[in-house]
Write a protein that binds this ligand. Structure first.
Ligand code: GMT
Length: 381
């Protein structure tokens, strides 16, 4: 198949997942065209089956807000026409679904029929999308999609709660490439972070409010009082200055390391003993899954789709949102008990296998085939 993928090119979960999906599809022989405003961060290396088309948004003094959606829709028209694209798969509803709908309409006027699939990722529904400013366009363009997927049962339910969606929403969970994330820890790297064999506690995110970074730090502060440990913080975003300040206030700055945005996440996950994810909401929690694939149990909040990934008391622990007491108690329990930590680590790897790339990518391929069959049946012969 000739597939056009639209996503955010950044470190956010939706962009990461879309890029990994495109790479996996290319490995399976499909031709994949990424269409976005810059090269996706996880799109490294060369593949003969992968193409990248940049959406350019020309500056003009009249525009306080350059019209990205219009530029994207026009680029989609161009890419579909010139590359025989069979279908478009857009990740994150805003503004990708409405741009795809616009492109589809323009192309139909020219006798070219291209279906589009919208994958909902989380905040496009739960936070940004339901805002009155966007909601009518989001609901309309989701309903106009030829197929809709959500990354968890929870997100499907949230979508039905927030919008009047008349179409079936298929759940296709996030996935991880188990082979890639089963790495042996690099001793030298581990030594840099934890020179005296301290336990390494990891958090990785885009440091937005929804991630509750302060809870990561308060939890670590309590762990650190009992267990020699280091906190490794990966990523960047609006909450980072607050997080650094809080670490200084609590006197734990020396035991924390902010490493910013990182490419080689598999090397980082490999050295972690425990992953913290105390988010206000996660549609799924891709970072938790990647950590589990590398053998880290996860201490997380019982929010959104997280319980679909983590089984409490088996491969991690779940607490109510904001319950730092309980999260630190569970972390200390695990980290101070080597047998239990090892059991949880093995169970985390087992759980991650359910979401292995080899099990999930075929679900997308099956959906593509169904959409293309329906689309061709709908065309007059
Ligand atoms: O985690 C983020 O804040 C980024 C966000 C995105 O849309 O880029 O991630 C969302 O999509 C991921 C991939 O499907 C999910 O694993 C994350 O749970 C989800 N984030 C939220 O729902 C907050």
């Amino acid at each position: 198949m000739n597939i056009g993928i639209v996503c955010y090119p950044t470190f956010g979960g939706s962009g990461v997942l879309a890029t990994e999906l495109g790479k996996a599809l290319a490995d399976k022989g499909h031709i994949v065209h990424f269409i976005t405003y810059q090269q996706p961060v996880r799109l490294t290396g060369f593949s003969a089956n992968i193409f990248f088309h940049e959406v350019r948004v020309p500056a003009y003094p009249l525009f306080d807000f350059p019209p990205y959606e219009t530029a994207l829709a026009s680029t989609l028209v161009d890419v579909v026409k010139n590359n025989n694209i069979d279908l478009l798969h857009v990740h994150y509803a805003i503004p990708h679904a409405s741009a795809a709908f616009m492109a589809k309409q323009i192309l139909a006027e020219q006798g070219i029929h291209v279906p589009f699939i919208t994958t909902l990722h989380g905040t496009d529904i739960t936070l940004v999308g339901k805002d009155k400013t966007y909601a009518p366009v989001v609901a309309f363009s989701i309903n106009k999609s030829d197929a809709i997927t959500a990354v968890s049962d929870n997100l499907r339910a949230e979508t039905h709660t927030n919008f009047d969606i008349q179409k079936e929403i298929s759940v296709i969970h996030n996935f991880v490439d188990i082979k890639r994330f089963s790495k042996t820890p690099m001793d030298a790297f581990k030594k840099v972070i934890a020179p005296h064999g301290e336990k390494i506690i990891l958090h990785a995110s885009n440091f937005r409010k929804v991630k509750r970074i302060a809870d990561v730090i308060y939890t670590f502060n309590k762990i650190n009082k009992t267990i020699p440990s280091k906190l490794l913080l990966v990523g960047d975003g609006p909450e980072r200055p607050m997080a650094e300040e809080l670490c200084r206030e609590l006197g734990i700055f020396e035991d924390t390391r902010f490493v910013g945005k990182q490419q080689d996440m598999e090397d980082i996950y490999a050295i972690a003993d425990l992953f913290l994810l105390p988010s206000e909401y996660e549609s799924f929690g891709l970072s938790a899954l990647e950590a589990m694939a590398a053998g880290s149990p996860v201490v997380a909040s019982r929010a959104g789709g997280i319980p679909e990934v983590i089984t409490h008391g088996v491969n991690g622990f779940l607490s109510e949102i904001g319950d730092v007491e309980s999260m630190s108690r569970d972390s200390i329990l695990l980290l101070s008990n080597p047998i239990m930590l090892d059991q949880f680590s093995k169970a985390a790897k087992m759980q991650a296998k359910i979401f292995d790339i080899e099990n999930i990518v075929p679900q997308y391929e099956a959906l593509y085939t169904k959409v293309l069959t329906n689309a061709s049946a709908a065309q007059p012969q």
